[in-house]
Design a protein around this ligand. Structure first.
Ligand SMILES: Nc1ncnc2c1ncn2[C@@H]1O[C@H](COP(=O)(O)OP(=O)(O)OP(=O)(O)O)[C@@H](O)[C@H]1O
Length: 307
């Protein structure tokens, strides 16, 4: 039977002196999934990606790509990558560059197809050093696709792109994913992770804090936010109301995180504490902050590992 696992991290660690850049990561990505690696600066995303691509070796644990070593999977063209480095662009045309790279792989994608997937057909004859930032990023995407990889790894692919270029980029990425391929991308942008990934893996301090869909993450971080005016009333006991997971008082306004907003609102109504009542689902932004705020030093259990 065909192995359904594209990426497998088992107990992977990578320390740089006292810095635990990757601190015991277990992660499995199935073929065909689009996964976002979400974390703030220094969370360990790039180190994780470097280990995944065999650019660096773990101190402990094991990384497997398609049940093989990362180095062999990359050399065979099964994995393509777009990393953060800003190499100077050569004075060749887009088509020449992609053709050159494609020839280094055993079973490359036809160049016209790589160009089309990256949205570069019209720009194929243009010199690479005469392109805009967004266009250069698409060239880098085409280069990553050249070997016809089953898995593509993108380290903050849309950093420094404007909204339009970003949308164009994600369109290309989805086109590639729709062919049944696997995508792993890292980002600081919560909205991007939610909009473009089937699954979000939140990492902080080199550990997986949460793993699930955007919806699951929001639920795990406390499903809804219920806010109301205290209007001089007491705040004691609010944190003990049904469903409430945390309480925050800002001036005269109370904000309750709850995983059962109906029960919380009923209890507030009984206390006659519903002035200026507002009930909203937790935004992914709030969920992310809640998750990472729990992080410092603590060995937080992954909140949702359902696969
Ligand atoms: N070669 C290295 N030598 C020493 N420390 C390193 C090295 N590479 C990474 N680190 C440290 O490991 C931690 C994780 O870094 P990493 O680059 O993986 O984070 P990141 O999540 O990719 O951050 P960013 O979003 O800023 O790119 C950081 O504290 C970083 O300073």
């Amino acid at each position: 039977m065909k192995n359904e696992t594209a990426v497998a991290f088992t107990g992977v660690t990578r320390h740089f002196g006292p810095v635990r850049a990757v601190d015991g990561i277990d992660l499995t990505i199935r073929r065909g999934e689009t996964v976002a690696l979400l974390g703030r600066n220094g969370a360990g995303k790039s180190t994780t990606i470097g280990l995944l691509l065999g650019l660096d070796e773990p101190d402990g644990g094991e990384v497997r790509l398609f049940d093989d070593t990362p180095a062999r999977a990359v050399a065979a063209g099964r994995t393509g990558a777009m990393l953060q480095d800003g190499r100077p662009v050569p004075r060749v045309t887009v088509r020449e560059l992609v053709t050159f790279v494609a020839r280094t792989y055993p079973e490359p994608l036809p160049v016209a197809e790589a160009l089309a997937l990256a949205g570069l057909t019209e720009l194929a004859g243009r010199r690479v050093d005469r392109l805009s930032g967004g266009q250069v990023q698409r060239v880098r995407f085409a280069v990553a696709l050249a070997g016809n990889p089953e898995l593509i790894v993108l380290d903050e692919p849309t950093a420094a792109l404007d909204v339009e270029a970003r949308e164009a980029f994600w369109d290309s990425m989805r086109g590639y994913a729709r062919r049944g391929n696997t995508v792993l991308f890292s980002t600081h942008y919560l909205e991007e992770a939610d909009a473009h990934a089937d699954r979000i893996v939140v990492i902080d301090s080199g550990r997986v804090l949460a793993d699930g869909t955007g919806e699951e993450l929001k639920r795990a971080a406390g499903g809804s936010l219920v806010a109301f005016d205290l209007a001089g009333g007491p705040s004691e006991g609010l944190d003990l109301l049904p469903g409430v997971t945390s309480l925050e008082i800002r001036g005269d306004r109370a904000r309750l995180h709850t995983d059962d907003s109906d029960a919380t609102v009923r209890a507030l109504a009984e206390r006659d504490a519903i002035r200026g009542l507002e009930v909203a689902p937790v935004s992914l932004n709030d969920a992310f902050l809640t998750l990472t705020a729990r992080a410092p030093g603590a060995h937080t259990r992954p909140l949702e590992t359902t696969r």
